[in-house]
Each structure stands twice: as structure tokens, then as C-alpha cells.
Design a protein around this ligand. Sequence first.
Ligand code: F0G
Length: 470
Amino acid sequence: MTIPAPQTMGQQFGRRSWAEPWKIKMVEPLRVITREDRARALAAAGYNTFLLPSDDVYIDLLTDSGTNAMSDRQWAGMMLGDEAYAGSRNFYHLEEAVQTTYGYQYLVPTHQGRGAEHLLSQAVIKQGDVIPGNMYFTTTRLHQELAGGSFVDVIIDEAHDPTSLHPFKGNVDLGKVEAVIQRVGADKVPYVSLAGTVNMAGGQPVSMQNVRELRALTDRYGVKIYLDATRMVENAFFIQEREPGYADKSIAAILREFCDYTDGAWISAKKDSLVNIGGWLAVRDFDLFEELRNLVVIYEGLHTYGGLAGRDMEAMAIGIAESVQDEHVRARIGQVRYLGELLTDWGIPIVQPVGGHAIFLDARRIYPHLPQDEFPSQTLAAELYLDSGIRSMERGIVSAGRDPKTGDHYRPKLELTRLTIPRRVYTQAHMDVVAESVKAVYDARETTRGLRMVYEPKYLRFFQARFERL
Ligand code: F0G
């Protein structure tokens, strides 16, 4: 199937059907500060939205991570926390949820996604190894590098083109994977690092056919596949919508079939699983599980809590079950798409097709006069905050960091500013306000000046770097 022209996506994919399958029981007031106060707050934050106090933010689209609203059932589950040091009943509930929904036998809970990335990287990567993956993610690649490996991008070329309407822009290019394996030898490739959906590409999905073919290819060489399943529920939605043969299958069934092609997975439960903290790593191989259980007690906590409270594991177990309900996913992605359609109708360049968790503004096309060294995406995030108090996130050269071997900036083709939508938190009216602010900033684009970096941390610099206006 091909993706229809962006203007007709709403009609094609049924904009009518996505009203939220819940109503609001409790509210949290929002605060808007004046433009003068925002200008002061922004300068004090070194033009980095990560350094703003959230009290100075109006609509917070920094991330969909840990910012979700829990359901009444999840809150009730918090009261059932069994805070035993060992063998908490909530661990067994979580284990059962992961086994049923994702299909992996052995579970290691972690405090969040990067805790799981750390354990997996330390357990399976040796010095000099090469890890092919469908586009880097910041923390994932850093843990692979810190364990002695190097990451090679094997995503299809279309993923680097924000205008390509390929329906599965997260797909792995099998030719690129095979070339890596043949160049370095299968014994130097501990696993393929597969993510669904692909965050840095714009929340773009991987098709079932692609993972099936990847499995066949890696089996020929004896290479494992580990899945970053952080937003795999959203990936399953796109398979249901776009891949022949899946329209009548449930999100839960599609998710399970996809996971069945892989050897294990890790997750930041702060996304799909509708909680504020948590993560896990789960595998099929008992020997690897033994190794991971050895490591978790050093870095996270006992193997039945992994840095979490019992109540957190309970909320996660309930959140996993809620996350795969078809009407929930349809409403969640429907809201993201609603914002995307407004911006598309107004001619604002965004990554197309709209992905699962966010709208990615194309800062290269919005600020063609700003070279990448003047941080166009960082600039756009700052301008949005100044205009309306909306907080977004840089996903361009700052996030990409530096090549540890050469010390140069990694220079990603995609220079994007992410408007990330938390699950079950904001309304359609909030989306209208966001779209109008983006339009105002877009209209002022020609007179906008860039930034220079005045402080650069060593690791994951985007979190704490500081800038000044040029
Ligand atoms: N993998 C993916 C695809 C992610 O998006 C993230 C986090 C992680 C792993 C790490 O998980 O934060 O729980 O340690 N992404 C957040 C974001 C931070 O804003 O996209 P974590």
C-alpha cells in the first residue's frame, strides 16, 4: 500500500473514530507566564528546553516519556503495592503481563529503559563488536559504545528523507545488514538492534514482513535480534492499518506475532505502558537470563524489583494490559495525527507520514538560512517556548552528539524539533493552541537568528548543553 497525499490522510484513515475511550476524573491546573518572564526563563535555561523548570511551561511536549496519565485502575493498583524486598507479588503480576503480551519467558525489571540497555550491552557486547540497528537512539547507542561496541545505521534510506511517504520508514535495509555481517564476520555482531517504532526517524514503523525477513537473514548467520519495544504497541497499530492481511487482527495479536520473531526485548515502560517510571528486559535464553540476573543486582536492585517499588510494577502490569486495547491506540495516534494534519494544511514542513508519538518539525526546511552548526532545531524549540510557553525537544545535531573516535559532531540528515504528545493528558483544544503557536513561529522564520553552544557536557549533551543567541 502507498501512503495517500498528506492532505487526505484524515479522510483515508478515518478521523471520525478516534474520540478518547475515557473521560476525565481529576485535573491538574496549567499556568501561563508572560512573554517577558518566558524570555528571562529561556535565557536562564541557556536556550535548552531541558533546563526549564516545568512551572514555567504551559503545554509540555518535551517528551511522551513518563508523562502519561494513569487510569483509575492503575492508581488503585498503586495501593496494592507489595513492598517486600524479595518476591513482591507485583513482580509476578508484571512477569505474567510480559509473558502474555510480549511472549518472552524470562523477565528482568529495571528502573527505566536505559537501565535495561546498560544490562543488555554489558552482557552481550565485547570490545570491537559491531551492532547494526534501524537508526540510533541516544541512550541505546551510548550504552553500546560504552560496552566497547560501535553502532552502524542499517535503516532504509527513505527514513532519512522527511518527505518520503514510505509506509514503513522504520524498516531495516536487509542488504545493509548482510553487508555489515560479511564485512566484520558474524562473531563480531552480537545482535541486530531493532526498534519499533523508530523514535529518531519520526516515530516510523517497521513492517511484519521486514522483521520476518530479518529473522530469516540473521538465522542464516546465527545472529540474534533484540527489540527495543518501547513504542512497539504503536508500531502494531501501523501494521494493522497499512500491511495487507492485518486489518482484522487485534493490536495485541500483531504485537505478539512481531515479538515472536525476536530473541528478546527491552522497554522503557514510561511510553507505551502508561506509567511514570519503569522498564524491563526480557529474553528467551536461560543462560543469558542468568547473566542479566547477575548484573541487575549490581546496578539496579534485586532481580524481583530492579530499582522499582512494588506499586510501580503493579501500575506497569495494569498499564501493559490497557496499552494494547485497540480503541486506546487508535485515539492516541488519532490525536497525534490531528495535530499533524493541522500543520500540514497550513503548509508547515513536518516529517511525513506522521508517526506514532510525536510531530517532528523539519527545522532544515523552516530555517534554510541557518547552517547545522547554528543549531536550527534547538533554535526552533527556543522560539516555540518564547511564543507560547510550549516546550518541545531538539532532535538534530545536538542530540546526535560526537563520534567518540574522531571527536567531530555526528551530522544527522534529519534536523528536527519534536512535539511529543503524552498519552491521555492533553485535549484537542490544546492541540489547536500548539498548532497556532507553531504557525506564528513559522511566519517569523526569516528574521530568526541561530544559537551557539557555550557549554557542552561529555555524554548525552542535549540534556544539559547551554547556548546563547547569535
Ligand atoms: N529507547 C527508546 C526508543 C526511547 O525513546 C527511550 C527514551 C529509551 C529507549 C530510553 O528509555 O528514558 O526510560 O531510559 N526516550 C525518551 C524520549 C527519553 O523522550 O524519547 P528511558
